[in-house]
Design a protein around this ligand. Structure first.
Ligand code: NAD
Length: 359
């Protein structure tokens, strides 16, 4: 097919698909940060992805990166430090970066990647301020690069099934949602410092409940009330909240009540109550074992466990973003989606009398 013919087809959206497929081309990912989420989940996922592969590493620990490179058959020339990160611009094997750094570093490393001409998949929370989130969206737009926030639950089958049940009206008129997500945080974690976390459990795990309420209802909350507290005065919560409870009121009238904590194990779940029945997803936000239960009037009980295992979520996430790049499609959770959550997180903190951010 000639370029001219391809150009004509672009008008009906076919050329981009054909160009994207480029005879089975895979998107080369550069990992930025070699911590738990990248080493234990995302990188192992790239062994079985269809449209994605691991091509480079960015780390502050050269020895760790060299070990990882040897394990995955990467050339040492594809190892970068935080200082020479900009040099990724000259590496054609890198199409996209995956940012798996502490929260307050997501903005800087996204913007530097966009300027280097790379697409960006950033971990949640997108940033530690609304201004940073806006700057990330703007930088990727200006560089004509794609930006996705790693909201893996938006691609996960049990969560998609829950959305579908609501969307199809199976639960009737939705009246209320309850959700929770938390864990007992270990000592010496960057997560409970304002400088790197930007906030406490709301930023880290409460964000799952917030995002879920929005994607389940397909509406944006217009009223927010929240309260935060510290119970364990053991030094971990000198800078951020330990417990936070928030309610979101949506234009339909649905009120969602959510809790998050760093003080105890609080299994991630949501329960949706409708006029014709209820459903409960638990775990809702983990890496595997999602289980949807429920009861709809006149129907057999819902009992739908998901059997796929970790790192299936990350295989799906990496390949989804890769396909978006290859076929020039909008990601399921673009930067604007992360920005909406950041605005709401800012409002939740304000309602508690707290401040979002590193200051
Ligand atoms: P981690 O502490 O295990 O890893 C952080 C990485 O950042 C390490 O490689 C560390 O060396 C590096 N780093 C660079 N500068 C640092 C600094 N000044 N202080 C501390 N570390 C520094 O963290 P993680 O659990 O992998 O989380 C990373 C990001 O991924 C966070 O934003 C977190 O919210 C997100 N996350 C997402 C999921 C998910 O399911 N989507 C799960 C866990 C974490």
């Amino acid at each position: 097919m000639t370029r001219r013919e391809l150009g004509r087809m672009a008008g009906i959206g076919l050329a981009s698909q054909l160009l994207g497929q480029e005879q089975g081309r895979q998107i080369g990912y550069c990992m930025v940060g070699l911590g738990r989420i990248s080493m234990q989940h995302f990188i192992p996922a790239l062994k079985t992805t269809k449209y994605s592969k691991l091509t480079a590493l960015v780390s502050g620990h050269r020895d760790k990166a060299e070990k990882m490179a040897a394990q995955y058959g990467l050339s040492v020339k594809n190892i970068y430090s935080y200082e020479n990160y900009e040099a990724i611009a000259d590496n054609k094997e890198i199409d996209a970066v995956y940012i798996a750094l502490p929260n307050s570093m997501h903005a800087e490393y996204t913007i530097r990647a966009a300027k280097a001409g790379k697409h960006v998949l950033s971990e949640k929370p997108m940033s530690t301020s609304v201004a940073d989130a806006v700057a990330m969206v703007d930088a990727c737009k200006k560089a004509n690069r794609k930006l996705m926030i790693a909201y893996r639950c938006q691609l996960e089958p049990a969560n998609l099934r829950a959305i579908q049940l609501i969307h199809d009206g199976k639960l009737g008129k939705i009246q209320a949602i309850e959700s929770a997500n938390g864990f007992n945080i270990a000592r010496n974690e960057w997560r409970y410092t304002r400088k790197l976390g930007g906030g406490g459990p709301l930023m880290d795990v409460g964000i799952y409940s917030l995002n879920a309420c929005r994607f389940l209802l397909g509406e944006e909350p217009t009223e927010i009330r929240a309260s935060a507290a510290v119970i364990d005065h053991d030094g971990r919560f000198d800078e951020v909240e330990e417990n936070l409870s928030f309610t979101l009121k949506f234009p339909s009238g649905v009120i969602a009540s959510c809790n998050t904590t760093y003080g105890c194990n609080m299994p991630g779940f949501y329960r949706v109550h409708g006029s014709r029945g209820w459903m409960h997803l638990e775990p809702a936000f983990g890496y595997q074992g999602m289980h949807l239960t429920g009861q709809i009037q006149g129907q057999p009980a819902i009992d739908e466990p998901i059997t796929e295992r970790d790192p299936a979520h990350f295989v799906r996430e990496a390949d989804h973003f890769a396909e978006c790049i290859l076929q020039n499609k909008e990601p399921a959770a673009p930067g604007e989606e992360g920005l909406r959550d950041m605005r709401l997180i800012e409002a939740i903190y304000k309602s508690c009398g707290l401040k979002l951010g590193v200051g």
